[in-house]
Design a protein around this ligand. Structure first.
Ligand code: NAP
Length: 291
């Protein structure tokens, strides 16, 4: 695929909007679709390119179609049906789904794509809003090597790292592992920072020290300031996290793995939702200690 590769981007949310922007800025000819058309118009004004009235129309004549919507049901709505992506895609073109969704859906869409002589990659991302805006996302993919090799240089417009994890669904499985890690890490930080406050330690000196040792993490470095300050109205929403953990719990039932700590943290997130924190960042776990 060359810089003249024609691509579509479906779903201009917090993540999709800047991701599609990076593609256009890199030199690809991008056609976008968004359910709320005003956002597509705003995107076109900011970056150029074009926008379409339906996912099928956006996908027409494109080599690669990227998609980043909310959950399994949303993916079904934009991919299937007469106005969906598959209806507009030509044979031998590729659909890359960046939505965090189930592995089951990924396998289903891979099979449908095959039957229609098209290609599908599940490709959830990590790195958050900042990663999307800075073109520095990490992408974990499931599907075929040959198709991944074609898409990788195009994704480089918004990704600093991408890895094929295995067959269809493997990208989503890797993302589940990612979210299980985050649940535990953030709860650990919430307890540790609450302890630090009660112990009267200087938060800045503390984090500047321990982040350089074995306890250091992305969450610690990027979230300590707001966690100590009690600021949560940004970032990766609790609603999204609970959606992702729900997907991991269903998969764990199938593969027989136990997730006791993750279940406990999910209960804490449920409490935060009840207190109105649906759109708060996942680091809001510390709010439970700040009552
Ligand atoms: P968002 O800001 O809520 O945007 C969702 C996008 O999907 C919007 O463009 C929305 O259109 C569209 N959409 C939702 N349901 C639709 C439907 N049924 N039909 C058509 N369009 C639909 O979400 P986001 O934060 O960008 O997240 C997108 C995906 O990335 C999610 O799966 C999320 O879990 C994952 N993710 C997010 C982050 C993060 O930090 N935000 C990080 C990693 C992964 P409208 O504009 O019309 O509502």
């Amino acid at each position: 695929m060359t810089k003249m590769t024609k691509v579509a981007f479906i779903g201009l949310g917090v993540m999709g909007y800047p991701m599609a922007g990076h593609l256009q800025k890199t030199g690809f000819e991008v056609c976008v679709y968004n359910r709320t058309t005003t956002k597509a118009q705003q995107w076109q004004q900011e970056f150029g390119g074009s926008y379409a009235a339906t996912p099928a129309e956006a996908a027409q004549d494109c080599d690669i179609i990227f998609c980043c919507v909310g959950n399994d049901d949303d993916v079904r709505q934009v991919v299937l049906g007469d106005k969906g992506i598959f209806a507009g895609m030509s044979e031998n073109t590729i659909l890359v789904d960046h939505t965090t969704a189930s592995a089951e859906l990924a396998r289903e869409l891979y099979t449908i794509a095959k039957q229609q002589h098209k290609h599908f990659l599940d490709a959830p991302v990590s790195g958050g809003q900042a990663g999307a805006e800075n073109g520095a996302l990490t992408v974990m993919l499931g599907g075929e090597q040959e198709i991944f090799d074609k898409v990788k240089p195009v994704m480089a417009a918004f990704a600093k790292f991408s890895q094929l994890m295995g067959k269809a669904g493997s990208g989503q499985l890797a993302k589940m592992v990612n979210q299980i890690c985050i649940a535990g890490i953030v709860q650990g930080l919430a307890e540790a920072f609450n302890f630090a406050e009660k112990a009267g330690l200087d938060s800045e000196a503390l984090v500047q020290t321990i982040s350089k040792g074995a306890a250091g993490s992305w969450q610690m470095e990027n979230r300590y300031k707001t966690m100590f300050a009690g600021v949560y109205d940004f970032g990766f929403a609790v609603d999204w996290m609970r959606k992702d953990l729900g997907i991991a719990f269903s998969e764990a039932e199938k593969n027989g793995s136990l997730l006791p700590m993750t279940k406990m943290v999910d209960g804490f997130y449920q409490e935060i939702q009840k207190n109105g924190g649906n759109r708060w960042d996942t680091s809001s776990l510390i709010s439970r200690f700040k009552k």
